[in-house]
Design a protein around this ligand. Sequence first.
Ligand code: PLP
Length: 606
Amino acid sequence: MENILEKSTNTPENQSTDCKPDDIALKSFFLGPQAENSPWVKELVNELLNLWFDWRKSLYPEDGPAISQSDMITPEFIQRKEAIREKAVEIMKRLQNEVPSFSPRYIGHMITEVSVPALLGHIITLLYNPNNISGESSRVGILLEDEAIKDLLEMVGYSTTYGSGHFTSGGTVANLEGILRARDRFAKWLAAGAVNRSYGDKKMSAFDASLMGWTRYDELRFEYELTDDDLRPFHILRSNPADVFRKLSHVYESDYAGPVVLVPQNKHYSWNKAVDILGLGEEAFIGIETDEHGRMCHKSLKQTIEDCARKQRPPMMVVSVAGTTELGEMDPIHKIQTVLDHFKQEYGWHIWHHVDAAYGGFLCTIDTAASDVISENMTFALDAIRRTNSVTIDPHKLGYVPYASGAFLCSSKREYYYRKSIAPYINFMSTMERGPQTLEGSRSAAGAVSTWLTARTIGLGAEGYGRILERTIRSRIKLEKLLADSDNRIRIFPHAETNIITLCVAEANESLGKTNERTLALYDVFGPNENHEFFVSKTTLKRPAYNRLIDAFTESWNAVHDTHELVLLRITVMNPFFDTKDNLNYPVAFVKALQEQLLRLTANSN
Ligand SMILES: *Cc1c(COP(=O)(O)O)cnc(C)c1O
């Protein structure tokens, strides 16, 4: 797939000329921009539909048909049938005004072509419509979910024996699943510490108790033969919290100050929703400074935890991000975990580390050691996920799976199975069933089956997903170079690690306000509202969240700071056909389109 630059025509002669066999194999995984794979996909869908019809016919055939041939030829029947057809075609036509996110010209948000196996997995599941809330309504769906979760656990480096997880509607819910478990653990430890003090052992402060670890907790429960009822008066989730706060203040002999959650300032807005739902108070979510790369600064994290200890505000959870929504950056998960390990060893503080890998989780499939396009930070960060407590991962982003498919993974079964709540009308077949543990009730198996089928065909290793995703990173690097060479006013954020490019177009010594205006004008001509030549997205980096990044980046063109915001065009290079040599050379075409628009803008302003 080299020497792509020389070829920008789409004549049939050069099709698939010097593609490696493995790269050609990848082309079977996606329908193709022009539905190139439609003949065999159509045939396969038809075959699957036939299997489904046969299945229905094979069950209870002695019951006889409910709809007869003569029913079907009545005018009323025919009329309704035609109406269904008409409306179905109508809605299909309406949907053809959708954003064409399958096209290699779509390089906007984290959405692109879905894989053929994922699409099939989705369709197949809809036909059987299992509800993965319980084994009563899903005999096979829950088993497939179990297997798909094992695939994902293995992918991120968690043990399939000790770990567990489930599929969610997306990353937002998966993040909530993480924080609910961290809060539950916090509440139990704090309560056990309180009972311990009420029995006269006054060594442990509320801060130390709420981070005591399971070993100490188990010792206390064993020592005093504590039941759940004994903990209840001091359990912030089991009794009236106002009462509990008073009791905790009394028994710990200092005002109960409440926990905090430490999130990097580059966080996804789903964490703001978690604030609302948990009722911890906005103030409890403390933003950790980001560095000039836009990644969480582990030194600031360490200082913040020390500060929290002084104020007796226990960190219930630390969140790091693998693949930030804005820039695609990797927080240094390894350094963050090392900071947390330090506090565990020195002071016995067990702090929950959740990795929001909604976007970047699938990058674990890349053979980072063998790759020449993966940064050292990313190599170590991805590898360190195995040391953390829990992970959010979205197959509906870099997994090329249709919506809605997210997943929550937990490295320990004990921390995963955190609640007992049982609906009286549902027969949960075993204590290891997920039903009682999921925030969502009725759950489709489609996200799990789509992931299962892609994982088993494309493969979650370096030869499958790893190959596809590494190529997207290569494409990002190539496009960056083309952009930089095309116009020296194009300012590309220089520390991209994954497959997202962010840039603005700025004259030297220009005010940021002016630059932002130009960026917004460019976004207008590449935005999602109608079918332009290309589609990009935009993001606005704000102070103080991105202070260090904005200063370091804008210094390179000596920008005048008349505003606190930096608007950037955001290009997500996820499409598997963005950089094939067989058809249009999209990287070259995009650079040309951008140049034309820049010329037009310059002409307009003169
Ligand atoms: C997309 C994303 C989320 C939210 O996931 P949804 O599937 O949209 O709910 C959370 N965190 C990060 C880092 C994301 O990129």
